[in-house]
Design a binder for this molecule. Structure first.
Ligand code: FAD
Length: 193
C-alpha cells in the first residue's frame, strides 16, 4: 500500500489526508498545531453557517481519524527525495513516503529545501497541486499570495489527494458516495453533523 505523508494539519493537510486514507492509501499527518483556524471564526465555509475555527478543526480531525488517518504531533525538519519516494524527518526520526503533501500554511521552507520550483514567493504548482518535484504536492496558503480562505485550502488538499489516487489507480479518480453509504461509513459521526 502506498504511504502518503502530509506535513501540516490545517484545512489543506487534513483534507488531503481524509481523501487519501478514505480511498485506501495509508496516510500520516505530522502537525505542530499552529493552524490559523485557531484564530478564525467561519461564516464563509459553504455548508457551515457559523462556527469557531477550533471547533471546525476538531471535527475535521475526528473525521480524518474515523477513516484511519494517523495524526502525529511533531515538527518536520526535512523532506528529501530518496529512491522513488521521500524521506520525511520529524523530531529526529526518518519516515518513508511514496508521496508527500506539504500543507504548512504560509511557511514554504520545506518546499524550498526539497528543491521545488517557485514562482516569486509562491511554490509553483499545477492545477492538481503537484510541484516540480514528482510526487510532491504543495497546498493551501503556501501556494497563494493572498487568497487565504479555509475552503480554498481544503479544496487544494482534495485536489492533491485525487491526483495521487489517480496516479495510484492508473485512471482518473473521483470519490463519490451515495446516501446508502452514510451509515456504514460514518457510524456515530452521522449523528453529530
Ligand atoms: C485571524 C484570522 C481569521 C481568519 N478567518 C477566516 C475566515 O473567517 N474564513 C476563512 O475561510 N479563513 C479565515 N482565515 C484563514 C484560514 O484560517 C486559512 O486560510 C487556513 O487555515 C489555511 O489553511 P492551511 O491548511 O493552508 O494552513 P494552516 O491552517 O495554517 O495549517 C498549517 C499547519 O501546518 C503546521 N506546520 C507548519 N510547519 C510545520 C512543520 N514543519 N511540521 C509540522 N507541521 C507544520 C502548522 O502548525 C499548522 O497547523 C483566518 C485566518 C486568520 C489568521
Amino acid at each position: 500500500m502506498a504511504h502518503v505523508i502530509v506535513v501540516g494539519g490545517g484545512a489543506a493537510g487534513l483534507s488531503a489526508a481524509l481523501f487519501t486514507q478514505k480511498n485506501g492509501l495509508e496516510t500520516t499527518v505530522f502537525d505542530t498545531d499552529k493552524t490559523w483556524l485557531h484564530k478564525a471564526h467561519l461564516f464563509n465555509y459553504p455548508g457551515i453557517g457559523s462556527q469557531d475555527g477550533t471547533v471546525f478543526l476538531e471535527t475535521l480531525q475526528r473525521q480524518a481519524e474515523t477513516f484511519g488517518v494517523e495524526r502525529v504531533s511533531a515538527e518536520v525538519s526535512d523532506v528529501s527525495e530518496s529512491g522513488d519516494g521521500f524521506t520525511v524527518t520529524a523530531d529526529g526520526e526518518d519516515h518513508d513516503a511514496d508521496y508527500v503533501v506539504l500543507a504548512t500554511g504560509a511557511n514554504r521552507d520545506l518546499a524550498e529545501s526539497l528543491g521545488c520550483d517557485f514562482d516569486g514567493d509562491l511554490v509553483d504548482v499545477d492545477v492538481t497541486m503537484e510541484t516540480s518535484v514528482d510526487g510532491a504536492y504543495a497546498t493551501g496558503a503556501m501556494v497563494r499570495a493572498e487568497e487565504w480562505q479555509a475552503v480554498i485550502s481544503a479544496g487544494d488538499g482534495a485536489a492533491a489527494a485525487l491526483n495521487i489516487l489517480s496516479t495510484e489507480k492508473g485512471e482518473n479518480y473521483h470519490d463519490f458516495d451515495v446516501p446508502a453509504d452514510a451509515d456504514e461509513a460514518f457510524g456515530a459521526m452521522a449523528d453529530e453533523s
